[in-house]
Design a protein around this ligand. Structure first.
Ligand code: ADP
Ligand code: MG
Length: 858
């Protein structure tokens, strides 16, 4: 086999250690990629694939990106879920013997990006780790490298619970052990769509001691170490900006399973996957990016502790009442930049002087913020004001040291104020004086030579020079001037004294730029010691921002403060917070809901499109809004604090995992039934729809009965099986309600009003008519329906063992493609067929039987 060049050997060696990343191999002004990396990168980045002759018969594929514009290419790859290893030359090529030494200096992965333009400012960028233990428990660690936060959760309820927890979190990458079972790895990559990375080293590194105060469990320590080791390994720098790990006790929050998070469209919509149309979209009246991120976190974890909920509500109430002051508060918050990420950048070491000016501008607003908060009469808001700490020290440091408009680069000077550092002032004096001296020299030379057009200039190659046009050359005295450069119309000269001054000026400038850089690093290190102060400040400012957002949206949309009452839930004129916004014209029809100890299950019937699903979702959203501490969309609300919400809503197929609607339906129902308690809320929307009528109705009834008799969770159950409405007679805590619709001149009119009792009819054909199906087809459907209606109609099955005796009943609601309506004769044939005892028949008997059956079909 042909040998590669030594440089290519070096490449291959480094690449072997970074198999799962694109290796950006620095060659002069380019990052080059080779072999498969090159082929793949050329495709992903749409750049030209070339070839390089590396001592082999076959040239090898190669492509590259310029070093100075690499960031966008890296961003592109990271967003697609890839990793990029940055390999730099780590010795000076001029002095290197043989191949220049190169090393990977940073591994950029989707979960560890720090570059501002790769981050969405209104969303956290989590890298998580997942560890599983012998005792069946799991530990999840969340880290946001850009803010330094660390959260740890211990889970004891099996793999599904892990997926439910991880679902919807803004996780870009998850670090696991390489012996995590393969199907679990597939779940992570497939269901959560995150990059899976591996780290097996989980021994605890003593350096992290200060981050672990709260971790009194060895499993938590190990899991945390897995993540820290991975970050250290990829970032290759100290992790001292990380905040101590906070343990999240999951049992302290309202638990929403994966299905509910998705179905209720809390932070993104099912179809478009965007924020628009989600509950977050309606509620996000935050002013700062930090606030927006916190709001999203609150939506993912509503509270269940009444005192904590009331505390938030009281503050929201205070902000709500003082709307004038709230305007002032919002104005002030607008000038507070992203303190949390600024703090992260300071500690991480990639902050520049402009960032620090933003920091200063934000901090000088803090006294104003405290003052604005003092204006609200609500004592809890005054408490908030007291808790906001103004870090005067930091402001003083920044005020004294940095100029107001520094450049982006921290290596080119023009950052530090005059008077901050004596040595710097001296250098600057020297350079300024030198320049002054040169200006004076120019005047002097002009006078002495009497050449008016004589001028002194500067360029990088020759330094300072005296320029004289050719026409005036004869005026120059002999001897003193040394010729340096000849132009078309002029000659350039230097003198010994000019050279001497130039030396001083350049030296001073070089030294001052270098000194400025060091002073900047010094300032940064000083600030680093104050990181926790900044993080705490960021924390409280985000809280204030979210709570004022709740007040703002509550006022704008006319929400009311909920009361939390044990055992009885009663909402007057409740509305769906998102749909009422989308409709905008105020035409949303409000509805009441009551659930208490007498009424645990509401069975909802009504035509398609009448508003059953809307009614159910609006209850869940109202409950969640209340439990995050926001006012709720209604005229009056007494709420119960729920521990969990389970939903089976909507017919969106789970395309990603390739499961059919019906399978998803059953999974969701099972999840609800196995986990719900009497303090839970269950919403089951038209369950049993995805299978044949018999199956579906039987399952639906069995599920309602099971919940009613065994779980006692508050339940909303909508159904298109009218037969189920008769359950009201046998299940004493079940009550029928329906959505009203009226027939008007042969057309259905939806009133969207919830009424007591069962719906009178289903209007399926009316809806089909609304959908503009051909008249001929509608007429035919109506006549078939009449035929069906002439058959005996069964009631619901009172004895669950009795399902076999079900006879045909009308198929109601919208025409279903999957359900074929058997004719009466066909049913008869099937019944006869089922009765035959084949083992007890002779071939002749069989012939006879077949003959009989065939006759039946005619
Ligand atoms: P169903 O589940 O009964 O088929 P949906 O809840 O999906 O009906 O509602 C269908 C449409 O009716 C919604 O998209 C909405 O536009 C409208 N709608 C539902 N409830 C209301 C309401 N209370 N007020 C006004 N319009 C409503
Ligand atoms: Mg529906």
């Amino acid at each position: 086999m042909a040998k590669y060049t030594p440089m290519m050997e070096q490449y291959l060696q480094i690449k072997a250690e970074h198999k799962d990343a694109f290796l950006f191999f620095r060659l002069g002004d380019f990052y080059e990629m080779f072999f498969d990396d090159a082929i793949k990168a050329a495709r992903e980045l749409e750049i030209t694939l070339t070839k390089r002759d590396a001592g082999q018969k076959e040239p090898i594929p190669m492509c590259g990106v310029p070093y100075h514009s690499a960031e966008n290419y890296i961003k592109n790859l990271i967003e697609k879920g890839y990793k990029v290893a940055i390999c730099e030359q780590v010795e000076d090529p001029k002095t290197a013997k043989g191949v220049v030494k190169r090393e990977v200096v940073q591994l950029i992965t989707p979960g560890t990006v720090m570059e501002t333009n790769m981050l969405n400012e209104r969303e956290n960028n989590y890298i998580a780790s997942l560890s599983h233990f012998q005792d069946g428990s799991f530990v999840i660690v969340y880290n946001d490298l850009s803010t330094g936060e660390n959260q740890i959760a211990l889970l004891n309820h099996g793999w599904d619970a892990v997926i439910h927890e991880l679902y919807n979190q803004p996780i870009k990458e998850i670090v696991v052990s390489s012996n995590l079972p393969e199907d679990w790895q597939c779940d992570l990559a497939g269901k959560l769509n995150v990059t899976v990375s591996f780290q097996d080293e989980i021994t605890f590194n003593g350096e992290y001691r200060n981050l672990c105060d709260e971790l009194n469990d060895e499993r938590l320590m190990k899991a945390f170490s897995r993540l820290l080791n991975y970050i250290q390994h990829t970032q290759k720098r100290s992790l001292d900006h990380l905040q101590p790990a906070k343990v999240i006790a999951l049992q302290d929050y309202l638990s929403l399973d994966m299905y509910s998070k998705r179905n209720l469209e809390l932070t993104e919509t099912i179809l478009k996957k965007g924020k628009h149309g989600s509950l977050l979209w309606v509620l996000d009246q935050t002013v700062t990016a930090m606030g927006s991120r916190l709001l999203k976190k609150w939506l993912e974890r509503p509270l269940i502790n009444r005192q904590l909920i009331e505390e938030r509500l009281s503050i929201v109430d205070g902000f709500y009442q003082g709307f004038m002051e709230r305007d002032g508060l919002r104005e002030t918050l607008k000038s507070v930049y992203d303190l949390e990420r600024l703090a992260g950048r300071i500690a991480f070491g990639n902050v520049n002087a402009r960032d620090l000016i933003q920091l200063k501008q934000s901090l000088v607003k803090i006294p104003e913020l405290k003052a604005v908060l003092q204006q609200f009469p609500e004592p809890r808001i005054k408490d908030l004001s007291d808790a906001v700490y103004f870090p005067e020290q930091i402001v003083t440091i920044l005020e004294n040291s940095l100029v107001d408009d520094p450049p982006v680069s921290i290596k080119e000077g023009a950052i530090i104020k005059d008077g901050y550092n004596e040595t710097l002032d001296k250098y600057r004096d020297a350079s300024r004086n030198g320049k002054q001296w040169i200006a004076e020299l120019e005047q002097k030379e002009k006078q002495e030579t009497t050449i008016k057009s004589l001028k002194i200039g500067y360029n990088r190659v020759f330094g300072y020079y005296i320029e004289v046009t050719k026409a005036n050359l004869h005026l120059l005295p002999e001897g003193r001037y040394e010729r340096k450069q000849t132009l078309t119309n002029a000659e350039r000269f230097v003198t010994p004294e000019l050279k001497e001054k130039e030396q001083l000026i350049l030296e001073a400038e070089e030294k001052s730029v270098e000194l400025e850089y060091h002073l900047f690093l010094e300032i940064r290190d000083q600030l680093k010691e104050q990181i926790s102060v900044l993080q705490e400040l960021a924390d409280i400012v985000s809280r204030i921002d979210v709570l004022q957002a709740f007040a703002t949206v509550s006022e704008a949309n006319n929400y009311q403060r909920p009361r939390f009452v044990d055992k009885r839930l009663s909402i007057k004129n409740g509305r769906h917070p998102v749909i009422e916004q989308v409709m905008k014209d105020g035409s949303f029809v409000p509805n009441d809901v009551v659930l208490d100890q007498e009424t645990e299950v509401l069975l909802i019937t009504g035509p398609n499109m009448s508003g059953k699903s809307t009614y159910m979702r609006q209850l869940a959203l109202t409950v969640i809004m209340g439990q995050i501490g926001c006012f709720v969309p209604c005229d009056e609300a007494d709420l119960i604090i729920f521990d969990q919400i389970f939903t089976r809503i909507g017919a969106a197929d789970d395309l990603v995992s390739g499961q059919s609607t019906f399978m998803v339906e059953m999974l969701e129902a099972n999840h609800a039934i196995t986990n719900a308690t009497e303090r839970s809320l269950i919403l089951l929307d038209e369950i049993g729809r995805g299978t044949s009528t018999y199956d579906g109705m039987a399952l639906a009834q069995a599920i309602v009965e099971y919940i009613h008799n065994n779980i006692h969770a508050k339940t909303l159950f909508s159904t298109h099986y009218h037969e189920l409405t008769a359950l009201e007679a046998s299940l004493d805590k079940l009550q029928n309600i329906h959505v009203r619709a009226e027939e008007y001149e042969g057309n259905v009119v939806f009133l969207h009003q919830i009424k007591a009792g069962a719906a009178d009819k289903s209007y399926g054909i009316h809806v089909a008519k609304l959908a503009n199906l051909p008249d001929q087809l509608i007429a035919r459907a109506s006549s078939i329906l009449r035929e069906f209606e002439n058959y005996d109609q069964p009631g619901p099955i009172q004895d669950q063992a009795d399902t076999k005796q079900l006879s045909l009943f009308k198929e109601e609601e919208r025409p279903q493609k999957s359900v074929k309506h058997p004719k009466k004769s066909e049913v008869k044939v099937l019944q006869e067929l089922a009765k035959l005892d084949l083992f007890d028949m002779t071939p002749l008997d069989a012939m006879n039987a077949l003959y009989r059956l065939q006759k039946l079909t005619k």
